[in-house]
Design a protein around this ligand. Structure first.
Ligand SMILES: C[S@@+](CC[C@H](N)C(=O)[O-])C[C@H]1O[C@@H](n2cnc3c(N)ncnc32)[C@H](O)[C@@H]1O
Length: 277
C-alpha cells in the first residue's frame, strides 16, 4: 500500500507528534487509553519516526504521550457530555490532523466533521475516507466559509486539540464569536497554555517554522474568556488531571508530579464555551 507523505518543517507536521503520542500511550498505558487507529495510521505515513522511536523509552517522552492522550480523553468527555443532551449534534474536529475523536464519540446519530488544511484533508481521505454521517472539509479555519458546510440544526460541539497554540488571541476570539453567532447554543472546547508554557514551547514553535510565537494565544486566567463572547458561559479544567485520575499502573510518581506542574504552573487547561441559545 502506498504511503502518505507529511512534509517536514510545516505547521501540518505538528499532527505527527500527538498522533505518535497516542500510539505510544495506547502501548504503554493500555488501562488508561486505547486507540485502535493511531498505530495503523502511523504505519501508513511516509515520515521518519526514528527519532521519536529512539526517545519512546524515556520517562519524559512517555509523559508527552500521556499529554497527547489525556487531551483527547478530555475532549471526548466534553463531546459525550454535549451529545447526551443533543444526540444529533454536529461534532466538529477543528484542525483535526489525523485524529479520530469524532468517530470515538459516535453515538450512531451525530454528524461528524473534520476540518484542516487541504493537504492534510487529502492525506486523511487517503488514510481513512469519510464514513457515514462524516464529512472532511479542506479549509483554513480562519476563512469562516467552512462553517457554511456544517449542519448545526441538532446542535453543535466544536473542538480544537493542540490547534489554537498556533493562532493569535485575535484569531481565536473572532472564531469563537462567529461560532456563537452562527450556532446559538453550541459548545466550543480547546486547550491552551499559559505564559510559561509558551516560553517552554518556543523551540518547538520555531522548529515548525513559526516566527510569530510571541503573538500566539495564551490563557493565564480562564475567567477572562467570558468577556470574549457576551452572554456565554466559559469554564476551564486542568488538562492532565482535571477530568481523569490517570489511573494506570505504568503512570509513575514522577508522571503525576509533572502532571500537577503542567496543570498549575504551565497552565495547561481545557477551556469550554457554552454559547447562549
Ligand atoms: C498539533 S496538530 C493537532 C492535530 C489534531 N488535533 C490532533 O490532536 O492530533 C495541529 C493541526 O492544526 C492544523 N491547523 C493549524 N492551523 C490551521 C488553520 N489555520 N486551519 C486549519 N487547520 C490548521 C494543522 O494542519 C494540524 O493538523
Amino acid at each position: 500500500m502506498e504511503k502518505v507523505k507529511i512534509e517536514k518543517g510545516s505547521v501540518q507536521e505538528t499532527l505527527v507528534i500527538p498522533l505518535y503520542g497516542r500510539k505510544l500511550c495506547a502501548e504503554v498505558f493500555p488501562n488508561l487509553y486505547t486507540d485502535e487507529t493511531a498505530a495503523k495510521i502511523c504505519s501508513r505515513l511516509d515520515y521518519d519516526f526514528s527519532e521519536l522511536d529512539r526517545q519512546s523509552e524515556s520517562t519524559l517522552w512517555r509523559f508527552g504521550a500521556l499529554e497527547a492522550a489525556m487531551r483527547q480523553l478530555d475532549m471526548q468527555w466534553e463531546i459525550r457530555d454535549y451529545l447526551a443532551a443533543h444526540p444529533q449534534a454536529a461534532v466538529v474536529n477543528m484542525g483535526c490532523g489525523l485524529d479520530q475523536t469524532g468517530r470515538a464519540c459516535d453515538n450512531g446519530e451525530c454528524l461528524i466533521y473534520n476540518v484542516d488544511m487541504p493537504d492534510i484533508i487529502a492525506a486523511r481521505e487517503e488514510l481513512s475516507p469519510a464514513g457515514e454521517r462524516e464529512r472532511n472539509i479542506a479549509s483554513d479555519l480562519n476563512d469562516f466559509s467552512w462553517m457554511d458546510e456544517v449542519d448545526g440544526s441538532g446542535g453543535a460541539v466544536f473542538f480544537a486539540a493542540g490547534v489554537f497554540h498556533y493562532f493569535t488571541e485575535a484569531q481565536v476570539r473572532a472564531l469563537a464569536s462567529e461560532l456563537a453567532r452562527r450556532f446559538p447554543g453550541s459548545r466550543l472546547v480547546f486547550d491552551t497554555i499559559g505564559k510559561l508554557g509558551r516560553r517552554l514551547m518556543r523551540k518547538t514553535f520555531k522548529g515548525f517554522g513559526m516566527e510569530n510565537y510571541d503573538e500566539c494565544l495564551i490563557v493565564e486566567d480562564a475567567s477572562a474568556l467570558r468577556s470574549w463572547v457576551p452572554g456565554s458561559d466559559a469554564s476551564s479544567k486542568g488538562y492532565m488531571l482535571g477530568y481523569f485520575d490517570m489511573d494506570d499502573p505504568n503512570v509513575t510518581g514522577l508522571h503525576r508530579f509533572l502532571a500537577r506542574r503542567c496543570d498549575n504552573m504551565v497552565k495547561m487547561q481545557v477551556n469550554r464555551f457554552d454559547f447562549p441559545a
